[in-house]
Ligand binder design. Sequence first.
Ligand code: B12
Ligand code: SF4
Length: 459
Amino acid sequence: MRLYLINPSNPLVSMVKVKESRWNRYRVWKPLSLMVLAGLTSPEWEISIVDENLGAPDYPAMPRPDLVGITAFTSQANRAYEAAAHFRRLGVPVVMGGIHATMCLDEVMERVDSVVTGEAEGIWPQVLEDARHGSLKRRYDGGHARISDVPLARHDLLATGYAFGAIQTTRGCPLNCSFCSVTAFNGAHYRQRPIPDVVRELQSVREKHVLVVDDNLIGTRPEHIARAKELFRALAQANLRKEWVAQATINFADDEELLALAAKAGCRGVFIGFESPTPEGLRELGKKFNLLRGRDFRASVRRIQRHHILVVGSFIIGLDIDEPGIGTCIAEVASQYGVDNLNALFLTPLPGTRLWDQMKVEGRIALDAFPEDWKYYTLTFPVARYKHLSLDGVIREMISCNRIFYSMPRILRRVCSNVRQRRKPMISLVGNLSYRSNSRMDCTAYADLKRQRGHRYLL
Ligand code: B12
Ligand code: SF4
């Protein structure tokens, strides 16, 4: 029995973009979901993982599979449907799962044979069994998996050539910010994988550099932090010589022992959502965690960096309180905080979030010719009507934010400080140049967007 597991291409991260800028090599990441599915698949299936981001596959020249499984973030949905249509024309059953299939069930059901919502661990073996007997159901619901059921992902199945490997150590997030789909999809209950499983899996990752995909590596409560420390101790003891980057909330900075252990375990960078430079903005987004009284973001960033860990700060442009000048304000605040990279994104209503419900009711989703328009849901396009910013206005804010933060003098200043503090100056330089080059390419993309969809922003 032959199974293809497909990660559809996305213009944001595909190799096409890598040809435009070689820095983009560092933005093509492994589709961990498919490696996990492969880990759940019994040996009678011969599995090929096809990552279309590595280049367009020649499906007609490939042997006919017995089953196709497709994953997709919302921004990949269109290409997912094209791939599904190709295999369905050949009479091959197609199953789709992942975040988009879960949040847009009806749309996906019209385009594939079977949909799996939620996490796959509890249901995938059943799907395969049904497929083997030619009795696939139209819909399966995996819900939230028991964390001990998460298998070791099949890292051996993907080609080399990626800059980073990938691993997951926890699922879920209790914070439920208005713009984020994680709590809606993975639940508010924070689930941590057994530490021996994580260590064993990391041993099987081929790459030296690894992305820990957890939404919040350390969690929020004392028992979460205690477990994170235990994990870091185990990783250090296993001496795997991996260097990794992860996502965490700002409380990562509050515990010196945690930081020291993380660094010892190989942590070299952390991605932190600051989201908005003002308390009003944080309240609007429901990011209450960042509102802790007395929190000094600059001091927090410095504490993390003292452990030779790079900090990437993420901010969102287009909030209801954002007015002209927000782009400059974010660039200045991010520089004041001292982050090594700034990742500025447009406020985007993703299906399944509270923000989606609110904007839909208010008639503010401008790009809503679905499924075609999903390709713009990369957070790098303004897809909504913003309260105080027109289409041109919000684009101007994004451009000025990136121009200021990624000006050559500021990049050089940051890299010099990385050299002084012995904090991976080469990685910092590559990161800064990659963001700079992409923000330049984005300007062309905005011009195309305005030409093709500009009229849709007028109320
Ligand atoms: C790692 C990650 C990335 C990596 C991508 C790596 C990759 N190629 O997969 C990078 C950094 C590149 C990335 C980029 C983006 N990401 Co991202 N990312 C994540 C993150 C943190 C973890 C994903 C992951 O690997 N999880 C671990 C695996 C095991 O879980 P899983 O993918 O959910 O898979 C399970 C189930 O969904 C299911 N399943 C999945 N696929 C399939 C397929 C079949 C057939 C079946 C049966 C089951 C099934 O089974 C799996 C096992 O239980 C998630 C948050 C999250 N918790 O999911 C956000 C998340 C997926 N990203 C998100 C977004 C918005 C993006 C971007 C569009 C924007 C951005 N700038 O961040 C870009 C664009 C990417 C693109 N390709 O278009 C949103 C997606 C929301 C949505 N509706 O699409 C999420 C949910 C975060 C959020 N804040 O809401 N991302
Ligand atoms: S943005 Fe981060 S902290 Fe907020 S719900 Fe999503 S994963 Fe949790």
